[in-house]
Every structure is written in structure tokens, then in C-alpha cells.
Design a protein around this ligand. Sequence first.
Ligand code: FAD
Length: 397
Amino acid sequence: MDATGVLIVGGGLAAQRCAETLRARGYEGAIRIVCGEAEPPYDRPPLSKELLGGSVSAGEVAYRPREWYDDNAVELLLGRRARSLHPSNRSVDLEDGEALSYEKLLIATGSHARRLPVLDGFDNVHALRTLEDARCLHAQLKPGARLAVVGAGFIGQEVAATARGLGVEVTIIEALDVPLVPILGQRVGSWFAQLHAEEGVRLMLSARLEGARGNGRVEELVLADGRRVGCDTVVVGIGVAPAVGWLHGTSLEGGPVRTDAAGRTALPDVFAAGDAAAPFEPRFGQYAHTEHWGAAARQGAAAAQAMLGIYPGTPPLPSFWSDQYGLRIQYVGHADRASDTVIEGDPDARDFAALFSREGAPVAALAVGRPRTIAQMRRRIDEAYWNKGKETEARAA
Ligand code: FAD
């Protein structure tokens, strides 16, 4: 690679792992990380958990101390955003007008939180994606304050759980009749609803937000059925979208960037990793987009290996965790592919595993307080996929 070296656009987990892996594997060329945020790469999961709860400080979520970047000759271009990619002359234009050339490029711009236009312009409406978002929200979570969380996905649920721990009155407003039902099904989704109800959260299901009342600050949320929810602070947790708008006009525009299992895109020397990417999933022959920490870490490292011509190996099954009310919830696999769910253990005692299967073969598992089950299920699900692949090949032969 020549002097322009590796350019990494986005400065989150995938970016960090790519830079670390390049150096660990002996790459000596230039590495630059361009990131729209002012902070060096930091860990996002604590933003809805320990950091929001106040038990961890902003300084503790940085992946590396500032000196690490100097010591490893990784140049940080912070507070600067990419505006466009020009693959034919191997350059990226920044919003401030500078053009950066690259020998190899990693797209690692992650996700941004989806907005609710009816809540635009109100001061007390928050998303939770960045350290700055978490700082602002934490300042509002005083005992007795009334928090409305729009959306009962994992981020909304974690915010609710952390806020309850701070003595905040929490209402969750969710459009579905059961939280997380499209991914985890009725039984597991209902368990999450029960968990929050037991912890004192007011859960409003099948509830559609129509608007808000207040002068500069939301005082009441208005639901489509006429109900009103008084609040001091609102968090919108309705999911994320890949931050790939800057790829407009290239063949990669339009959604998470498709890659092979090693992170290579359809453009020469352009790689993608993390929330912005949709790598090929060899288990079922489709591109699979995830928004999980483990995938971003692994894909960032895999892209670095692929840049150096090293085979990064088969990607593991997707997995994530969530911490709520002192419980560790873990998940592995693809529950959206399941047709059956079996529960082992005692959900009422908050100690159980949900085993998801399709045509008798395991496809996913969710466990509460059972880390060993997840490790076992990871092996069983993987074996089932590869054995099925072999059976299909044998039938075709
Ligand atoms: P990001 O971490 O999103 O980093 C991308 C960076 O690129 C950002 O700094 C962004 O500002 C920057 N950027 C965007 N556009 C541009 C541009 N045009 N130019 C320059 N820079 C740009 N996962 C789990 O598995 N378990 C959890 O418990 C969990 N909890 C989470 C809690 C919260 C509050 C959040 C927000 C996420 C959580 N996740 C969790 C998800 C996990 O953190 C993400 O999957 C992971 O951070 C994705 O990493 P990434 O490097 O792809 O992108």
C-alpha cells in the first residue's frame, strides 16, 4: 500500500478493531480514522446501562487512552464527516471541503437513531446513540421525574430499566401488541412485557403516538386513541438506520453495504463493517445485517485481515446481550427464522432459556441468567446449519 494507506470512515467499534488488527498484524502504512463525533472511539453499550445509570464515567468508555493513537501512529480526524465517496479516483470528500485519498477504505459509519418527525423541535426529546445523548439524558433522570419511552426495543427497554433504578417514573409507549414480537415471538415478547410491569413500568401496548403538546418542551404525548401521557422527558427508541447517506451516487448506495464474509464490497479496495454493513451469511446464503456489538467487532477485524490478504475465517453466528434490572439476557442465532419455541426453566423466576427451531433444527436461543446454555446452543445451531448444508449438497449431487 502506498503513503495514503488505509482510510477508515466512522470512528466506532468496527473502526477501532480494524485499526488495532492492522497494527497487530504488522501493517506499517498510514491509518486514518475520520469520525463525525468529537470523541475518540468509545463503547456504546454502557450508554443505556452503566453510564446512563451513573456508575461509569464518560472517560471509562473510551476503547483506548488517547496516547494509544499516537503510539500506534493512528491519526484521528475527529469532528469531521465524510460527504461523498469517489471510487474512480480513490478519494473521500469531507463536509469541510478536504478530499482524502486512500489505498484501502473501510466504511464503518454505523447507524443513526431513527427520528419521529412529530417530536422534532422539542427540547426534552432525546435519542440515545452517542455519548453526548447519554450525558444529556442522564441529567434529566432525577428521582420522581416522569420519563416517556417511545418504542419497546432493546434500547428503549434498557433505558426504562436504568431509569427505574434511578427512581424515575417510566411509561413505555409501543405500537406492537407485544414487545419484540416480530423477532422473538409471543411468549418471549410477553415475558419482557411482564418483566417491566413487575418493575413498576407503565407499559402502553398497541399504542400509536400521534403528536405532542407543549411549548418548546413536550408536556403531554397524545396517542391515536386519544389517551395522553404526561411527561418531563421523552426518549425515542424506535430503531436505527445505517448511516450510509454519504455513499450516494456510488454503486453501494441505498442501504447497509453488502459485502462478502470478509467485508469486501463490490468496489475494489473498499470494505465495510459493523452496523453499516450487510455481510454474506454463508449458513443460509443471504446478506444479513445486524446491529450488534459482537458483529461490529468481528467484522472490523475481519476487514483488516482481508486488506492484508489474510483469510479471516467463517463468521460466527450473530449474538448480543442486554442488561436489565440486574439480569443478563443473551441471544444467539436467527430467531426470525423460527417456527417453534420451547421454554426451558422458569420464566417467572427470571431463570430460563427459549430455544427457537425450524423444521426440528435449532436456529436461535435466548437465555436469562444461563450463559452456559448460550455457549451450548451456539454449537448446536452451527452444527445444524452446516449439516443441513451438507444434506442439501448431497441431495443435489
Ligand atoms: P458506531 O458505533 O455507530 O460508530 C460509527 C461512527 O461513525 C459514529 O461515531 C458516527 O458518528 C460516525 N459517522 C457516521 N456517519 C459518518 C460520516 N459520514 N463521516 C464520519 N463519521 C461518521 N449491542 C449489543 O450487542 N449489546 C448491547 O447491549 C448493546 N447496547 C447498545 C446500547 C446503545 C445505547 C447503543 C447505541 C448501541 C448498543 N449496541 C449493543 C449496539 C452496538 O453498540 C453497535 O452495534 C456498535 O456500536 C456498532 O459499531 P459500528 O462501529 O458499526 O458503528
